[in-house]
Design a protein around this ligand. Structure first.
Ligand code: NAP
Length: 472
């Protein structure tokens, strides 16, 4: 895949870049390694100062950054601006919480026959981040903010269709005050990932992307015995039970499916509706999907812009065609328009059967599959009946059902009567083929820390503190 900005609204290539040479990659890794040796010796307060400065830059430059994102991958300008603001908040969150998250944790010294025993969290070194285009700023920031605050350095291999966003991230951290090499963008294709991750100076990798990319990186990391966090695809269920507030559920379902032009890993993709309310929900949902405004993502009134790539649009169209050819019913949309750019309309498809691609595959576009079930047990069976387990939603006013859904949905998160989203305060990640490890919260920060056990016999070494509170 060439490294280029191509406007998805028109299909026009606006800017292309040569991939970095082997020598340039080696030099970048060397700078990341040197920067790590320097960064791990700084205090949390110093790093927090730089991270807060990054947040201020994001706020100050929000509109221009958002414009670049919209031009590169087609999300609405309004959504892009909200993404920049969310990133600034995450920078401030980790600047403010790093001291608590990295503080030494005292253990029961007597139980382990020590004078003192505790757990210390320390950085591990340069971490490779392989990132997707769909939230081109947020996906990177939720790795970068905790990683840099912990004292690690970051090497970003961003998706090949968002090079300008990738470059502005490196520039942002440098201008915020982080040393040269603390955060580096590598303009490389996915074929360079093996070489980079195999380099002994690179200590770990995080990938957000497809299942195929996850398997590939996990294989390399397995061979090299390196830690990985994998945030992969999802086909989130959105279950609607008879006691649900149907008007609210249908409205939120529309946003949950079509946010980011339908290209979110945690978008609700399979709408599993109890037969008692199926017809009523289907009518409201189809009407709300049909009412969405598709158009220029820079316009304030637009709800849904183009898909990010031609390949992605063809994939979605292929999945819908497969369903229709095998007997599914289209309630709304379902026809690829004949125009420049990579457009696909909000679509609702029902009468799906297990042999159809839409039953088992992730659909990365504004296309909803509607499933009818006749009991709680059947709802759980359909909801859990895919290889994915990222997010999940259940709509019910029944407290007993709410408790059961929280336990029975086989996913990394369960949102009851609300849409799945991510918060810096809460862990984020999946089970099954949606990946492993967690981002965000304290857990995300510690994924790339050495969780070090310290056992002290003899004289006490003084009060427990934290690795980042003093230079190493
Ligand atoms: P993708 O093709 O896997 O691309 C993601 C990143 O991985 C890009 O930087 C890509 O580089 C790189 N890559 C692709 N194949 C690779 C390989 N074999 N080895 C090493 N790197 C490789 O994903 P996508 O289709 O663009 O993005 C959509 C997918 O990401 C969906 O499945 C979505 O659900 C998932 N996603 C998951 C989360 C989450 O948090 N779980 C969040 C967002 C998206 P190139 O661009 O150069 O190919």
């Amino acid at each position: 895949m060439s490294i280029a900005t191509t406007n998805p609204s028109t299909g026009q290539v606006l800017k292309s870049y040569d991939p970095m040479s082997a020598e340039q990659i080696d030099a970048a890794i060397e700078r990341a390694d040197l920067a790590y040796r320097q960064l791990r010796g700084t205090t949390i307060e110093q790093r927090a100062g730089w991270m807060n400065a990054a947040a201020d830059l994001l706020d100050a430059e929000r509109d221009e950054i958002a414009r670049i994102m919209t031009t590169e991958m087609g999300k609405t300008y309004a959504a892009a601006k909200a993404e920049v603001t969310k990133c600034a908040a995450a920078c401030r969150f980790y600047a403010g919480h790093a001291a608590a998250y990295l503080a030494d944790e005292p253990a029961d010294a007597a139980a382990v026959k020590a004078r003192q025993a505790f757990i210390r969290y320390q950085p591990i070194g340069p971490v490779l981040a392989v990132m997707p285009w769909n939230f081109p700023l947020w996906q990177v920031m939720r790795f970068a903010a905790p990683a840099l605050m912990a004292g690690n350095t970051g090497l970003l291999k961003h998706a090949s269709n968002v090079p300008q966003t990738a470059l502005l991230l490196e520039d942002l951290f440098r201008r915020a005050g982080f040393a040269e090499g603390a955060f580096t963008t590598l303009l490389v294709g996915s074929d360079a990932v093996d070489t980079i991750l195999s380099d002994p100076r690179v200590r770990a990798a995080t990938l957000t992307g497809s299942e195929g990319a996850g398997r590939s990186i996990a294989q390399i990391a397995g061979r090299e015995l390196k830690k990985t966090v994998l945030e992969l695809g999802g086909s989130d269920p959105f279950v609607v039970m008879p006691s649900a507030d149907l008007d609210r559920a249908a409205q939120v379902a529309t946003t949950a499916r079509c946010q980011n032009n339908g290209q979110s890993c945690i978008a609700a993709k399979r709408f599993i509706v109890h037969t008692d309310v199926f017809d009523a929900f289907a009518e409201k949902f189809a009407a709300a999907m049909a009412a969405l405004r598709v158009g220029d993502p820079m316009d304030d009134g637009t709800d849904v812009g183009p898909l990010a790539t031609e390949r992605g649009r063809d994939e979605v169209n292929g999945q819908v065609r497969d369903a229709v050819e095998n007997g599914a019913t289209v309630l709304v949309g379902g026809e690829q328009p004949d125009q420049d750019g990579w457009w696909y309309p909000p679509t609702v498809v029902t009468d799906l059967t297990p042999e159809m691609r839409m039953w088992r595959e992730e659909v990365f576009g504004p296309v909803a599959g509607l499933f009818r079930v006749s009991s709680y047990e059947e709802a759980i069976e359909v909801a859990n009946g895919t290889s994915f387990g990222l997010g999940s939603n259940a709509w019910t006013q029944d407290p007993d059902e709410q408790r059961r859904f929280a336990t029975d949905l086989d996913a990394g998160n369960v949102f009851i009567n609300g849409m799945t989203t991510s918060f810096p305060e809460l862990p984020f990640g999946g089970v099954k083929n949606s990946g492993y490890g967690r981002e965000l919260s304290a857990l995300g920060m510690r994924e790339f820390c050495n969780t070090k056990t310290v056992w002290v016999g003899g004289d006490d070494i003084g009060p427990v503190g934290s690795a980042g509170a003093h230079a190493e």
